[in-house]
Design a protein around this ligand. Sequence first.
Ligand SMILES: *Cc1c(COP(=O)(O)O)cnc(C)c1O
Length: 419
Amino acid sequence: MEKKPPSVNDLALSMQNSGIPHELLVKEARLAIAEGDWESMEERVERLQRSFIQPVVNATGVLLHTNLGRASWGIPQSHFSSNIEFNLNDGNRGSRQTSIGNLFAQLCGTESAMVVNNCSSAVLLVLSALATGQGVAISRSELVEIGGSFRVPEILELSGAYLVEVGTTNKTRVVDYQKAIEAHRNVAMALKVHQSNYKIVGFTEETTVEELSSLNLPLVADIGSGLLDSSCPWLSTGAPEWLAGEPAAKQTLQSGADLVTFSCDKLLGGPQAGIIAGKSDLIEKCLRHPFARVLRPGSHTLVSLQELALRYLHRDGDKIPFWRMACFREDELLLRAENINAGEVTTMDSVPGGGTLPTVVIPSIGLKLPGDRSKELRRGVNGGLPIIARVQDGDTYLDFRTINPDHDELVAAALENLG
Ligand SMILES: *Cc1c(COP(=O)(O)O)cnc(C)c1O
C-alpha cells in the first residue's frame, strides 16, 4: 500500500466517471483515508452504487419477492403535472380518490372504493373510522402477524378500538361471535382476517363470511392478497388451479362483507398501495377520518394503479407482469431455458411468495449452475443488471418463470461472461 495518502479531493476525482455526485465521493474518500485504506476506494464506490435502488432480474422463482418489491411493476415516467386533484370537466378542485375509487369499485363489483398506502394502512383506517373506543370481534385464529410488523392486535390497539377475542385458535363458530357480542355491549364491527401466510390444519372450524354477515354488525374482511375475482376473467385460460380457496374481493363482498381491504402489490400485481372497497356509507366515513390524509398515496402510485385497473378492465392479464409470469406454460419456459447455452436445464418449483398461498408451488423450468455463483450474478456480470438467483445445496438456480422474457438475452450474456 502507498505510504502517503492522496488528497481527499484527488481520490474523489479519481472516481468521477462513476457518475456519483462529487460530494458523496468526497465523503467516501474521507472515510477511506481516515481508515488508512484508500486503495479500496473503487470497491467502496461500487458498494455505494449497489446501495442505490435499481432494476434487477428476479431469477429466484419467488413471484412476489418481498425484498424485490413484491409484484414486478414498472415505475411510471412522466414529466407532466397531473389533474390529481383538479376536475377537468368544471375546472374546480377534485378528489384524488374519486376516479381511481370508481375503477376499483367496478372491479370489485361494489359501490365504492378508496386507495391508501398499503393494506396495513387500510386496516388501520377502517378500524379508526368505524370502531375507535369500541370493540372489534375477531376470531382467535386470526390474530396473525403478517410481514414481520403487521400484527392484528397491535394495529387494533393503535386505532383506539379494543379487541373482543372470539372462539379458540382452531375452532370459531358463529355462536361464539354471538356470545362475545352479547357479553361486550359495545362491539362496533366484526373483522375477518385472512391467515395469508400460514395454515391451520387438522381439527379446525372457521366461520364463513356468509355466516358472519348475519350478525347485524358491519363486517370487514381483510383479504390481504388482492385477488379481485376468483374466476379471473382477465386470464384467457381462466383461474389457475393453485388459486383455489384464496379469498377474492368480489366474492367476499357478494357473500356479505360490507368492506374488504387488500394490498396492491401481492396477487393484484401492482405498486405498493392498499384498497378499501365496499359500502359507500362506510367508505365515506373512512374518507372523512383524519387518517385518510395521513395515509394517502401520491400521484405516481395513483397513476400506476389506474393503469393496472384499466388493464384488468380490458381483461388483459397478459399485460400484468405478475399474471403473465404466473401463467407461463412449462413448454414456453423450457424453450427459453434451452435457448441459453449455459448450465443444465432443470425442473424447479416456483412459489407465489409475498406472504400469500404458503403451501402452493407452481411447476417451473430453470437453469442449474454448479457451485454458488450468486454473488457474481448479484453484482451484475460485466456491468449488466444484477441477477438475483436461488442457491440450494451449494448450487445456483435461475428460475425462468420469474424472469421477464425481455431479459433473456441479458441473462444469456451474463451467463456467457460468467463462464
Ligand atoms: C399482506 C397482508 C397485510 C399487510 O399488507 P401490506 O400491504 O404489506 O401493508 C394485511 N393483512 C393481510 C391479510 C395480508 O395478507
